[in-house]
Write a protein that binds this ligand. Structure first.
Ligand code: PHE
Length: 339
């Protein structure tokens, strides 16, 4: 039996494996329950007692050597597997993609920048509003048909709790807290119960502007909007004001800019008119000043409201408003910008 042990000791010294699987095969061949070393332990039970002392010692040495050798082979493979996965310092790193601002944020920030240069500050108000701030204080009496122009979402069963349909509600919140001079813009999200299509959405964004001071005239409104339009769409941009109606402004107007695509020659963006509408505006109705405790004899003011989606679509020639709400990275990552 000692011969067999010595023979295995020699055999084990020379063991080699070409892969982790082969190393495992070696373990099975020598050390598993039916492996060659284990078999010798079985045989050991049958030998004469006088021999047990000497043979047992050699057998244990064999077992230790076999375990050491096979563990050593296995460790080599484990180490090289690890270096393949994690330790190759020459591998290029995985780069984390740089995010970009949402196009609506880019344009909102640009609008804020432009009006900031004219001295307008920024204020915000709540999206969940009440009838008073969205309608009543803006000269929409109860049952006024103009309320139908804005398809309002009401919350639960209380008709006094609603989602604001325009950022004009922030005009009221600011007038409540502040006496003129007021020169601010109010960006924010608004909600209207409209069918979603390529051109309309039930959620969109507006920027409202309010300027109240002594001797503010329609000419100031016109000049402010002309400056904005040129800064936003390019110095060649022209504006046109058409008479319109809003309960809270008098006189009221809608403003068009010369078409951003054809420059006024006529194309399918401007439906061959050369003009595209971008905002509503007007002189703040004295009744609105009065109901918000501002002296309508001493002060006059103008207000305007524009849709950020619309401005963004015109500026970047985006054909479908739904793209803004789908968060498809392929769309969003095209708007890397300083703003
Ligand atoms: N609130 C109006 C709208 O949503 C826009 C507007 C704002 C008109 C301010 C005049 C003055 O259509």
């Amino acid at each position: 039996m000692l011969d067999k042990i010595n023979q295995l000791v020699e055999e084990i010294k020379e063991l080699k494996a070409a892969s982790a699987e082969e190393a495992e095969q070696l373990r099975i061949k020598y050390l598993s329950k039916k492996g060659q070393v284990s078999q010798l332990f079985d045989e050991f039970k049958t030998i004469a007692n006088e021999q047990k002392r000497e043979v047992g010692k050699e057998l244990n040495i064999l077992k230790n050597k076999a375990q050491d050798k096979i563990n050593q082979i296995k460790e080599e493979f484990a180490a090289s597997a690890q270096s393949q996965v994690g330790l190759d310092l020459t591998l290029p790193g995985t780069s984390a993609p740089l995010g970009s601002r949402h196009p609506l944020s880019v344009v909102k920030n640009e609008i804020a920048d432009i009006f900031g240069r004219l001295g307008f500050t920024i204020a915000e108000g709540p999206e969940i509003e009440d009838d008073h701030h969205v309608f009543e204080a803006l000269n929409f009496p109860p049952e006024h048909p103009a309320r139908d122009m804005q398809d309002t979402f009401f919350i639960a069963t209380n008709p006094d709790v609603l989602l604001r349909t325009h950022t004009s509600s922030v005009q009221v919140r600011v007038m409540e807290k502040q006496q003129p001079p007021i020169r601010s813009i109010f960006p924010g999200r608004v909600f209207r119960n409209e069918a979603i299509s390529a051109r309309a959405h039930c959620i969109f964004h507006q920027v409202e502007g309010l300027f109240i001071d002594k001797n503010v005239s329609f000419a100031d409104l016109k000049q402010t909007l002309l400056y904005f339009s040129k800064e936003m769409f390019g110095q060649d941009t022209k504006i046109r004001l058409r008479p319109s109606y809003f309960p809270f402004t008098e006189p009221s107007a809608e403003m068009d800019i010369s078409c951003t695509l054809c420059g006024g020659k006529g194309c399918n963006v401007c439906k061959y008119t050369g003009w595209v509408e971008i905002l509503g505006c007007g002189m703040v109705d004295p009744a609105v000043l009065k109901s918000n405790n501002i002296d309508s004899e001493a002060y006059t003011g103008f207000a305007f409201g524009m849709g950020i989606e619309r401005i963004t679509m015109l500026k970047y020639q985006i054909k479908d408003i739904r793209l803004f709400f789908e968060n498809d990275v392929r769309f969003l990552e095209q708007f890397k910008s300083a703003h």
